[in-house]
Design a protein around this ligand. Structure first.
Ligand code: R5P
Length: 296
């Protein structure tokens, strides 16, 4: 593909995979922090007239957004033709409404900001809940790659007799699709969030699968891990076999990953949208495959 890929720090593995798949060149640059924390950036490749793929997954977004903004502006000034942002994880999708007066609907502001300095966006399963499509808030063309097929394939290869469990209404869209592709039964629970790290999950009615099936919990994001640990507690009370946990995006704040592993799970696996030791499901080939399809 006739494009140059620049990866922001932390995206090296993904960059190798995507550029290898596309057969495109990778751009050279120096990006570092001054001692006072400000960003220094210097392009070392000629970008005049080129389409640029800017690769930056957006977990911990606040620290990444300024370097990304400078990067896009510098590329533009140096004559880049178009800038396509590839963000395998797209942050700030969960605050999609005002729950309390005066609250910022940050998903809208973040979308406006990214749309202001890019020409297109590719991501993987953004957290679409009350919004049905990225187009409702992003003004640049966008593609949302789906991980369902890859997750279903992993389950087929690794879990005998799975029963899929979605911990909340939003997860229903992923769980039902994965279950169909994997040919497995599923159930979707309900969740009430009472604080950043406090959730109440409904009790699953899956006793008929008790001695025969392995519960596979599927969610898009694992952040504090409380959604998963809360569900696992119910599954243990129901005397189900140890749970396999699958998250698309390995956000894992604080000790979430070790806490989850200690919760008596069989395995925790994630897709490689955010580099993490739990990454076991490759979705980046599909990301690379979608790059040629977006109309810039
Ligand atoms: C929100 O509804 C998402 O789909 C996830 O369930 C949520 O982000 C998981 O968060 P946590 O790991 O903090 O419970």
């Amino acid at each position: 593909m006739n494009a140059t890929l620049f990866a922001l720090p932390g995206n090296e593995t993904a960059a190798k995979l995507i550029s290898g798949r596309l057969g495109c060149e990778t751009g050279q640059c120096i990006l570092r922090q001054f001692p006072d924390g400000e960003t220094y950036l210097r392009l070392e490749s000629d970008v005049r007239g080129k389409t640029i793929i800017l690769l930056c997954t957006l977990d911990r977004p606040d620290a990444k957004i300024i370097p990304l903004y400078f990067f896009a502006g510098t590329l533009r000034k140096a004559g880049a033709r178009k800038i396509l942002l590839v963000a395998p994880y797209l942050a700030y999708m969960r605050q999609d409404k005002q729950f309390h007066p005066g609250e910022s609907v940050t998903s809208e502001h973040f979308a406006a900001l990214l749309s202001s300095f890019t020409d297109g966006l590719i991501t993987v399963d953004p957290h679409l809940h009350r919004r049905k499509s990225l187009n409702e808030i992003y003004t640049v063309p966008s593609v949302a790659v789906h991980a369902a097929e890859h997750i279903a394939e992993w389950i087929k290869q690794n879990v005998k007799q799975p029963v899929l469990v979605g911990p909340d209404g939003e997860s229903g869209q992923w769980v039902s699709e994965v279950a169909k592709l994997a040919g497995a039964p599923f159930t979707v629970l309900t969740k009430e969030r009472t604080g950043d790290a406090e959730v109440k999950i409904s009790v699953p009615h899956i006793a008929q699968f008790r001695n025969t099936h392995t519960p596979v919990l599927v969610d898009d994001i694992i952040s504090t891990g409380r959604t998963m640990t809360g569900t696992i507690a119910h599954l243990r009370e129901e005397k189900m076999k140890p749970t396999v946990c699958i998250g698309i995006h390995a956000v894992f704040s604080g000790d979430a990953y070790s806490d989850l592993k200690r919760a008596g799970v069989e395995k925790v696996v994630t897709c490689n949208t955010i580099p993490h030791e739990s990454n076991a499901i490759n979705v980046l080939d599909s990301v690379a495959g979608s790059i040629g399809k977006i109309k810039l």
